[in-house]
Design a protein around this ligand. Structure first.
Ligand code: TEU
Ligand code: CA
Length: 563
């Protein structure tokens, strides 16, 4: 092992367990129907008991909420609906007392159109703030600078308010104008802000949409890939050169001096870029493995995407772990605020039971890297049963519903597809108990509670020893047992029985030799285990061993120590 690797292994975040809080839907302390910082503070003991070390909070800064906080109008404050800066200080301190550290969301590809910078840019596009954005002239013919389609649908160009001859660029919502990272003043502003938060005591950042900050210039048309005449903007983001220059600068100016933990939201991870992103000298401490999240995505829209099977899921994970190898540290997720619930995405209807959810949880939780739990995942929250497209809040679901209809799908089919992938599914309030509004608020929740809360809620699962919640707690404590900590944190990953379809199995080898098996299908499975072994964790009660053969029931998962 070289020196660098040894040094990196001493970083505090190795072997930790993280939890994502989507503040708006987590816990409401004052009855206005909106989750808030005091709500988080009131649940810190719950999170501690779950075994969480790192809390990532989705954006909590002042925002008009065109994209629920991913459109920031002031980088130096807390949105009053979430609380105050002193609530944040208290959260940092209270979390710290319990050995937990806070990550904030660094959203720097774009700000809000209500940020002072953009307001000034509209007043004087040629002036200082005008240069903070990508503002271009519309050609006399009316032609836009390029035909890229924004992530949320429609052109990336929007007329600049007050200037009918000009347009500005927005990769996402039109209320999220892209910041021009080529302008050193923009970068300085972002770095100064990040350092300011780190000084306040946060441990680091999850960095939003970070692969979009570098644009391929000059803007140019590409062949249209849909009938709208527009083209997917991701291609240029994937092939553009020079992203690393910005990322390196940000790392050296801000993250290294503060010893921050950073995790990049990197989608278009090219294999050759992995070492740069999270190698020994990487731009980030870690990055999410999104390989199974992006599986099956196609250019035409949600209606054209392939469904993922448990076998596909397994293959994605195996390949990603292999690519990451021994020197790079992934963060493993099955849910986040942009995705449907994992039970609905990864499990077939017959596997959407507590057994199936435990098996899937075990499969990803013991991988090499940092497991992230998304709020509500630990109790197995499921997708919202949408009855009509009018119930969508999510801008992407609304757009994709429209796209599906335009492609000729019937209303029912378009609804089914958009409902299945809507980001709303992950954003319904956390189901704390079976009282009204699931104990999330005493008021009117900003987004309806999933009616499944009477069946799936924290209170019920806290009391039931074999619940999913208690299984998550057991997984976390196993990873933390001093005997096994090192092996889970740094141990090598080696696939096992990789050719066995939906059996997701791997070795973790360090000071100890562990074997994780997750039988992600309804049928029984067996493997020959000519070792002496000890069961460390089991999703079910007991397991059958006969003549050196281990039998796993359908949806059974197990962690063994090989002796
Ligand atoms: O997401 C970035 C991203 O690329 C998303 O487009 C993702 O693929 C999409 O939401 C799926 O429908 C980040 C945030 O996680 C997301 O919530 C924000 O809306 C987006 O950036 C803009 O800030
Ligand atoms: Ca509130």
């Amino acid at each position: 092992m070289d020196r660098n690797t040894t040094e990196r292994k001493s970083a505090w975040w190795y072997g930790r367990i993280a939890y994502q809080i989507y503040l708006k839907s987590f816990s409401d302390s004052n009855g206005d129907g909106i989750g808030d910082l005091r709500g988080v503070i009131s649940r810190l003991d719950y999170l501690k008991d779950l075994g969480v070390d790192i809390l990532w909070l989705s954006p909590c800064y002042p925002s008009p909420w065109a994209d629920h906080g991913y459109d920031i109008s002031d980088y130096y404050d807390i949105d009053p609906r979430y609380g105050t800066l002193s609530d944040m200080d208290e959260l940092i301190a209270e979390a710290g007392k319990r050995g937990m550290r806070i990550l904030l969301d660094l959203v720097a590809n774009h700000c809000s159109d209500e940020h002072a910078w953009f307001r000034k840019a509209c007043m004087d596009p040629e002036g200082r703030c005008g240069r903070y954005f990508y503002i271009e002239d519309i050609a006399p013919s009316g032609k836009l600078p390029c035909n890229h389609r924004s992530v949320f649908g429609g052109s990336v160009w929007e007329p600049l308010p007050g200037h009918p001859d000009k347009v500005y660029l927005h990769t996402f919502h039109k209320k999220q104008p892209d910041l021009n990272w080529e302008n050193p003043e923009v970068r300085e502003n972002i770095y100064r802000n990040a350092a300011w938060w780190l000084d306040r005591g946060i441990a680091g950042f999850r960095i939003d949409a970070v692969t979009y900050i570098k644009k391929e210039l000059p803007f140019a048309d590409e062949p249209a890939d849909r009938e709208d005449g527009l083209c997917y903007l991701g291609r240029s983001a994937e092939s553009v050169e020079g992203l690393g220059v910005f990322l390196r600068e940000m790392r050296d100016c801000v993250f290294v001096p503060a010893q921050a933990f950073t995790i990049g939201e990197v989608f278009n991870d090219q294999e050759n870029e992995l070492p740069l992103m999270i190698g020994e000298d990487g731009y980030f401490s870690s990055m999410f493995d999104f390989s199974h999240i992006t599986f099956g995505m196609k250019r035409l829209g949600w209606y054209s995407w392939d469904r993922i099977t448990t076998e596909d899921y397994k293959q994605c994970v195996m390949d990603a772990q292999r690519r990451a190898g021994k020197r790079r540290y992934l963060s493993n997720v099955i849910e986040n605020h942009d995705r449907p619930r994992a039970a609905n995405r990864y499990l077939p209807p017959e596997g959407r039971t507590e057994a199936g959810k435990k098996c899937l949880a075990l499969a990803y939780f013991m991988l090499r890297g940092i497991p992230f739990i998304y709020q509500g995942q630990e109790i197995g929250m499921e997708n919202y049963p949408f009855r009509s497209a009018a119930e969508f809040d999510d801008v992407t679901a609304i757009d994709e519903y429209r796209v599906s209809l335009a492609a000729g799908l019937g209303e029912d089919q378009a609804l089914e597809i958009s409902a299945g992938l809507s980001r709303d599914n992950a954003r319904t309030p956390v189901q704390w108990d079976e009282t009204e509004n699931a104990g999330f608020t005493t008021g009117m929740p900003w987004l309806p509670v999933n009616p499944g809360y009477t069946r799936i809620n924290v209170r019920e699962q806290e009391e039931r020893p074999d619940s999913l919640l208690n299984f998550y707690r057991a997984m976390a404590s196993l990873r933390k047992e001093p005997k096994y900590f090192g092996t889970f944190a740094w141990g090598d990953f080696e696939p096992a029985w990789e050719d066995r379809g939906s059996l997701l199995a791997y070795h973790r080898k360090g000071e100890r030799h562990l074997l994780v098996l997750a039988n992600l299908k309804p049928e029984e499975e067996s493997v020959l285990l000519p070792f002496r072994c000890q069961v460390l964790l089991n999703t079910a009660e007991g397991c059958r061993m006969e003549n050196g053969r281990l039998f796993l029931a359908g949806w059974q998962g197990i962690v063994l120590e090989l002796l």
